[in-house]
Design a protein around this ligand. Structure first.
Ligand SMILES: NC(=O)C1=CN([C@@H]2O[C@H](COP(=O)(O)OP(=O)(O)OC[C@H]3O[C@@H](n4cnc5c(N)ncnc54)[C@H](OP(=O)(O)O)[C@@H]3O)[C@@H](O)[C@H]2O)C=CC1
Ligand SMILES: O=C(O)CCC(=O)C(=O)O
Length: 454
C-alpha cells in the first residue's frame, strides 16, 4: 500500500515538471526554477496526498494572472520606440502580489515567470503577508538620458496602474530599476489616479513614503544571513577574503556590510568585466562610479592603478576567496566556476542575486561541504524591508534607520533558524536549499488548501 502511494506521488511531481515544460515552451529559466523547487519538495509532497487531490502543484506552477502590454515611448531625437511590458501575478495565497520590476534587454516571459515563481516562496519565508509577483520590460536603461527613462516609465505605468494597488499588487525595484525609476513610476501613478497611495510601490524616496534602510536591505540582509551561518561553525567575517559579483544595489550594500564586519572584499564586476584589488575594494569609489555616475567598473583603475581589470566578468570566480557572494544575475556560476571555487577552498557561497548558481553548481558545493545559502532565503531582506515600508505607509509613520535595520536583522535570523530546523526535521541537516523550499512550500500550500480551489 505504502509503495503504491509513493509511486503515485513521485509520478505526480514528475508529471507536473513535464507539464510546465510543455505548457511554457522555450522558457528555460522558468523550467529550471520549477524543477529546483519541485525536486527538492518531492519527499514532502509524498507525505500529503491531499496536495495532489487538490491540484496544489498544478495551481502553484501556473501564474494567477499574466499581463503583457505595449510600451511606446519617444527618445530625445523624436524617434518612436516600442518595448514590451510584463507583470506576472503568480500567487496571492499569503497576501497581495509583491515583487520587483526588471528593466533589461534580456527580459522575456521565461525570466519574468522564474522570478515571480521564486518570489512566491521567498516572500513566504519572510513571515510577512505577501504573495509573489514580478514584472518589467525588455527596455535597456543603459545609455538613456534621464528624460528618456522618465518617458519610458510614464508610458509603462500608463498601462500598469490599472493592475496594481496597496491591497492588490505592490511593485518595487530589481535590475535596472532603482530610486530614479521608482520615482518616475510613482509620479505617473499619482497623476493618473489622483491618489497619493504610498503603499502601491516600495523603494520610494525617504522624503515621500520610502523606508530608511530599504536601499541597503538586500545586501545587509544577505550578510546578516551569512553571519548566522558563520556563527554556527564558530566563525566570523573578521579577516575573511570575500568576492562579490555585480556592482549594483545588492552588491554595493553587501560590500559595505562585509567591510563593517571586518571582512576584506577583493573583487567586484559588472557586465563588461571585473576588478581585482588585493588591497581591498575602495567602496566610495565604486559608489561614485556605479551608483552616482552610472559608469563602468573599469573606471575604478583611474583612481586605483594598482588594481587589475579583466574584461570577462566570469573570471571573478577564479580568484581565491573564503566567501563568494554572486550578486549580479541568474546562472552566473556554472559547474566550471563552482569547481574552481571549491578547488580554491571556498567556505561559503551565498546567493544575493536570484538563481545565480546552476543546479549542477549547487550540487558541486553541497557535495564538497561548502556552506550554501539559497537566494530565496539569503536575499529575502530586500522584500522583507519592502513589507516594513508598506507597514509604515499604512500607519503614516517613518521609523529610524536603526529600527528598520534591527527588524531586518531579526527577519534574517528567523529565516535562517526556520529553514535550518526544517532541514533537520527531515534529516537533511545543513541542506538549506531543502529547508527553504519545504518551509516556503508548506506555508503557501496550506494557505491554498484553506482558500479552496481558486
Ligand atoms: N534590488 C533588490 O532589492 C533585490 C535584487 N535581487 C537580485 O539581485 C540581483 C542584482 O540586482 P540589483 O543589484 O538590484 O540590480 P542593479 O541593476 O542595481 O545591478 C545589477 C548589477 O549586476 C551587473 N550585471 C548584470 N549582468 C551581469 C553579468 N552577466 N555579469 C556580471 N555583472 C552583471 C550589472 O552590471 P552593469 O552595470 O554592467 O549592467 C550591475 O552591476 C538580481 O538577480 C536581482 O534579481 C534580489 C533581491 C532583491
Ligand atoms: O522589494 C520588493 O518588493 C522586491 C524585491 C525583489 O525583487 C526580490 O526580492 O527579488
Amino acid at each position: 500500500m505504502s509503495n503504491s502511494i509513493e509511486l503515485t506521488q513521485e509520478s505526480y511531481v514528475d508529471s507536473i515538471i513535464e507539464r510546465v515544460v510543455v505548457r511554457n515552451p522555450g522558457e528555460t529559466e522558468f523550467h529550471q526554477a520549477v524543477r529546483e523547487v519541485l525536486e527538492s519538495i518531492k519527499p514532502v509532497v509524498e507525505l500529503y496526498p491531499e496536495f495532489e487531490e487538490n491540484g496544489i502543484l498544478e495551481r502553484l506552477t501556473e501564474p494567477e494572472r499574466q499581463i503583457i502590454f505595449r510600451v511606446p515611448w519617444v527618445d530625445d531625437q523624436g524617434n518612436v520606440h516600442v518595448n514590451r511590458g510584463y507583470r506576472i501575478e503568480f500567487n496571492s495565497a499569503l497576501g497581495p502580489y509583491k515583487g520587483g520590476l526588471r528593466f533589461h534587454p534580456t527580459v522575456y516571459p521565461g525570466i519574468m515567470k522564474f522570478l515571480a515563481f521564486e518570489q512566491t516562496f521567498k516572500n513566504a519565508l519572510t513571515g510577512r503577508p505577501i504573495g509573489g509577483a514580478k514584472g518589467g520590460s525588455d527596455f535597456d536603461p543603459k545609455g538613456k538620458s534621464d528624460s528618456e527613462v522618465m518617458r519610458f516609465c510614464q508610458s509603462f505605468m500608463t498601462e500598469l496602474y490599472r493592475h496594481i494597488g496597496a491591497q492588490t499588487d505592490i511593485p518595487a525595484g530589481d535590475i535596472g530599476v532603482g530610486n530614479r525609476e521608482i520615482g518616475y513610476l510613482f509620479g505617473q501613478y499619482k497623476r493618473i489616479t489622483n491618489r497619493f497611495e504610498a503603499g502601491t510601490l516600495t523603494g520610494k524616496g525617504v522624503d515621500w513614503g520610502g523606508s530608511l534602510a530599504r536601499t541597503e536591505a538586500t545586501g545587509y540582509g544577505l550578510v546578516y544571513f551569512v553571519d548566522e551561518m558563520l556563527k554556527d561553525i564558530g566563525e566570523t567575517f573578521e579577516g575573511k577574503k570575500v568576492i562579490v559579483s555585480g556592482s549594483g544595489n545588492v552588491a554595493i550594500y553587501t560590500v559595505q556590510k562585509v567591510i563593517e564586519l571586518g571582512g576584506k572584499v577583493i573583487a567586484l564586476s559588472d557586465s563588461d568585466g571585473m576588478v581585482y584589488d588585493p588591497e581591498g575594494i575602495d567602496l566610495n569609489s565604486v559608489i561614485e562610479i556605479k551608483e552616482k555616475r552610472r559608469g563602468r567598473i573599469v573606471e575604478y583603475l583611474k583612481t586605483h592603478p594598482s588594481a587589475e581589470y579583466n574584461d570577462n566578468s566570469k573570471n571573478i570566480w577564479k580568484i581565491e576567496c573564503d566567501i563568494a557572494f554572486p550578486c549580479a544575475t541568474q546562472n552566473e556560476i556554472d559547474m566550471e566556476e563552482a569547481k574552481t571555487l571549491v578547488n580554491n577552498g571556498v567556505l561559503v557561497v551565498a546567493e544575493g542575486a536570484n538563481m545565480p548558481c546552476t543546479p549542477e553548481a549547487i550540487e558541486c558545493f553541497q557535495k564538497n561541504n561548502v556552506l550554501f545559502a539559497p537566494a530565496k532565503a539569503a536575499n529575502a531582506g530586500g522584500v522583507a524591508t519592502s513589507a516594513l515600508e508598506m507597514t509604515q505607509n499604512s500607519m503614516w509613520e517613518s521609523w529610524s534607520f536603526e529600527e528598520v535595520d534591527k527588524k531586518l536583522r531579526e527577519v534574517m535570523k528567523n529565516i535562517y533558524s526556520s529553514i535550518k530546523t526544517t532541514a533537520e526535521e527531515y534529516k537533511k541537516d545543513g541542506d538549506l536549499v531543502f529547508g527553504a523550499n519545504v518551509t516556503a512550500f508548506l506555508k503557501v500550500a496550506r494557505a491554498m488548501m484553506d482558500q479552496g480551489i481558486v
